[in-house]
Design a protein. Structure first.
Length: 291
């Protein structure tokens, strides 16, 4: 008897349907990933003899990265960037906006949502240019508002500036996700909590968050991965000054195209991929345990 799938197409026809997608995945995802892993095991360079005849170095690039203080600095800055602007910043601000706008007038709600979304949908280059103008030392808008002439925010406080920038730009996704998630909270439970005199914190802790715990974990996973792999900081500070804002994506770029060490940069990319994988597995485990 011919084996069939649930749709009754048969294995041959089912495979024919998914074959184009599998080919595209193989060409644009699997092959580049395997090629990057191979390059990471060599001393492949952008120029010089190693660009023509790369030498296999095994795990030398990885061990070299683990002992490289610049890599350690970039890893720490990436964790700080993710924690400050995503885990805490976007999560808290996104939920606060979603919760506060629940009972707001429709016009006010649309206005706030539109302004927040505008920051999210603008191209990275446009947003970076706007923030450079805001934080400029001489004619910046922020210095004019705070009456702090001559303060070079991107030089004196590079990571703080990047965290605020990413918080401002990325909050829209968290706000939209939490706005949708709050719709699953039964109004009767919120009303009951209000009638028994429960405070705002107790209502959130005992009524709201048990219903949206899965949404919180999903949002945290997505914004953590996006922030960890975000290259936009390069448009603002290029990793400077003195590597003080050089997150891992920027560090990889500098090593690959700045120093020409493609093999070393590919090895660091693999380490970043492993970090992302660990983060994803932790969140997925937490998602399975929700209840």
């Amino acid at each position: 008897m011919r084996a069939t799938d649930s749709a009754g197409l048969g294995r041959g026809r089912a495979l024919a349907f998914v074959a184009p997608a599998l080919v595209l995945i193989g060409i644009f995802l699997v092959f580049p990933a395997l090629w990057s892993i191979y390059i990471g095991l060599t001393d492949y360079a952008l120029t010089g003899p190693s660009s023509v005849n790369p030498r296999l170095v095994g795990t030398g690039n990885i061990t070299g990265a683990l002992s490289d203080p610049l890599f350690g600095n970039s890893l720490w800055l990436t964790l700080l960037f993710v924690f400050g602007s995503a885990l805490i910043g976007q999560n808290v601000l996104g939920f606060t906006l979603a919760w506060s706008l629940r009972g707001a007038r429709r016009g006010l709600r649309r206005l706030v949502e539109g302004l927040v979304l505008l920051a999210w949908i603008l191209p990275s280059t446009v947003v970076a240019y706007l923030w450079v103008a805001v934080l400029d030392r001489d004619g910046g808008t922020l210095n004019a508002l705070l009456n702090t002439p001559g303060t070079a925010w991107l030089v004196q406080y590079p990571m703080a500036s990047l965290i605020v920038f990413n918080l401002w730009r990325g909050t829209a996704f968290s706000m939209l996700l939490y706005s949708s998630a709050l719709n699953v909270v039964p109004p009767s439970q919120l009303e009951t909590a209000r009638m028994v005199g429960a405070g705002r914190f107790s209502t959130l802790k005992d009524v709201v968050f048990p219903h949206i715990r899965g949404h919180v974990l999903t949002n945290t996973l997505l914004i953590s991965l996006w922030t960890a792999n975000d290259f936009t900081p390069f448009l603002l500070t290029s990793g400077g000054p003195d590597h003080r804002s050089e997150t891992l994506p920027v560090f990889i770029y500098q090593q690959a195209l700045g120093s020409g060490a493609l093999g070393y940069a590919s090895a660091i990319s693999l380490l970043l991929l492993l970090v992302n994988l660990v983060i994803a597995l932790v969140y997925l485990r937490l998602l399975r345990r929700r209840g």
